[in-house]
Design a protein around this ligand. Structure first.
Ligand code: HEC
Ligand code: HEC
Length: 365
């Protein structure tokens, strides 16, 4: 049976043997007396849906307050049932509220990380070559489910990645987003912050704080970006342009460049061109963008587009020229073969008679 956790009532990865031991001991008493109702719930979802990709963390909400209370009990009584994973009524992990960031040196690092996350191109300007911020793709300060939330990421690394054919640490992943999503090659330094930089220290402190209570070793519901099933019609740029006109132009503009306010702060981020993510970014892949868009766009209307519309509009935005793939050394065709073969992307392909992938020339963020 797959490891399951009940909201706060059983240890995340309790083995059968441990369960028996608990059954024989005082645990079962606690279960029976204190958590009778929940025990029933636990049974029903340990037995169900064993072949799902994500962990079932239950149907009943379990608040952070309840988690803290259970932690307190356990700190006094080692035999008490361990605190569980805080989840909301919607079934997604509940990260701690901003108001709980402590006024300590640790709290200061969390806040610095948060500021970098929200205002990346101004706080780390030497290493950002476009006008994006982490929060543009990891919504709500990295808290939003289905937008690769940081509480889903923090507990998933180190991990093996096919993209790099090596183990990636969390820092490696952030370096990747600087290199491709933030197009560091066009910044004044030309590179992502070097490994070990305080930028990563602060960002990872923010992510660690946000992940308090999240278990390692299992994919939480809402972690990463969702996958959108392939459709019978495939994707099409004419249909995609129509979806774009009807659902996206309002904020991202006809030319895809988004909008700035009177202070030149980006209000709606650019989707293509010199100031957007480069060709090596995950978002430049049509399947990845379709998942992000389906779950998050138009802003405020998650899951409102059909799968077909999400594929078509993802193809449309990713058919436009953008900064070159940071890994490209030789020609576009060589980089296509080396890095883009078999992926859902227009990189190095013919779009209306032009091979795209060559980049946008001089970039001025
Ligand atoms: C243009 C959109 C975009 C921007 C901007 C962006 N990211 Fe990402 N990020 C992605 C995508 C897409 C993925 C998933 C990549 C993949 O699967 O290939 C990702 C993955 C991640 C992951 C791993 C998530 C997981 O669940 O495994 C972390 C951590 C991360 N990004 C951090 C950051 C940070 C920090 C910044 C700012 C410095 C940032 N990202 C900026 C699009 C973006
Ligand atoms: C109501 C305004 C609004 C609409 C409509 C809207 N977006 Fe967005 N979009 C945003 C905002 C704001 C962000 C950045 C989110 C943040 O920082 O919290 C964003 C982010 C994005 C991003 C990631 C960042 C980037 O610049 O690449 C993509 C891709 C995207 N939108 C695509 C779309 C598509 C496709 C549509 C239409 C289906 C759409 N959006 C409709 C406001 C909007």
């Amino acid at each position: 049976m797959k490891d399951t956790q009940k909201n706060g009532r059983s240890k995340p990865a309790m083995s059968g043997g441990r369960r028996l031991a608990w059954g024989a001991g005082i645990g079962v008493l606690l279960f029976a007396i204190g958590y009778g109702l929940n025990a029933k719930g636990w049974l029903s979802f340990s037995l169900g849906s064993s072949d799902q990709a994500t962990t079932q963390i239950g149907t009943a909400a379990y608040s952070r307050e309840a988690m803290e209370a259970d932690r307190k009990v356990q700190s006094k009584d080692k035999k008490a049932v361990a605190a569980g994973v805080p989840v909301g009524a919607d079934g997604y992990f509940v990260p701690p509220p901003e108001s709980s960031i402590p006024d300590t040196p640790y709290g200061e690092a969390i806040r610095r990380g948060q500021t970098i996350f929200m205002e990346t191109s101004t706080t780390v300007s030497d290493h950002v070559g476009n006008t994006l911020a982490c929060v543009n793709c990891h919504l709500d300060g990295g808290r939003r489910e289905h937008s690769a939330p940081m509480w889903g990421a923090y507990v998933s690394y180190p991990a093996y990645r096919a993209k790099t054919k090596a183990i990636s640490t969390l820092e490696d992943r952030i370096i990747g987003c600087f290199t491709f999503s933030m197009n560091a090659q066009a910044s004044s330094s030309g590179i992502a912050p070097p490994a070990g930089s305080d930028v990563y220290r602060d960002l990872m402190t923010y992510m660690y704080w946000m992940s308090d209570g999240a278990p390692t070793g299992q994919k939480l519901p809402g972690a990463g970006f969702p996958k959108v099933k392939k459709t019978e019609l495939g994707y099409d740029l004419v249909r995609g342009k129509e979806v774009y006109t009807n659902n996206c132009v309002l904020c991202h503009a006809v030319d895809g460049q988004g909008q700035k306010d009177a202070e030149s702060d980006v209000v709606f981020p650019p989707l293509w061109g010199a100031n957007s993510y480069n060709w090596g970014a995950g978002m430049a892949r049509i399947d990845t963008a379709a998942g992000f868009i389906k779950a998050n766009m138009p802003l405020g209307k998650p899951f409102s587009l059909s799968d077909q519309d999400a594929w078509d509009v993802a193809a449309y935005i990713n058919s436009h020229e953008r900064p070159k793939d940071a890994r490209q050394k030789g020609t576009v065709e060589e980089a296509r073969v080396e890095f883009h073969d078999g992926e859902e992307s227009y990189y190095g392909k013919d779009v209306n008679g032009v091979i795209v992938g060559g980049g946008c020339g001089e970039v001025s963020p």
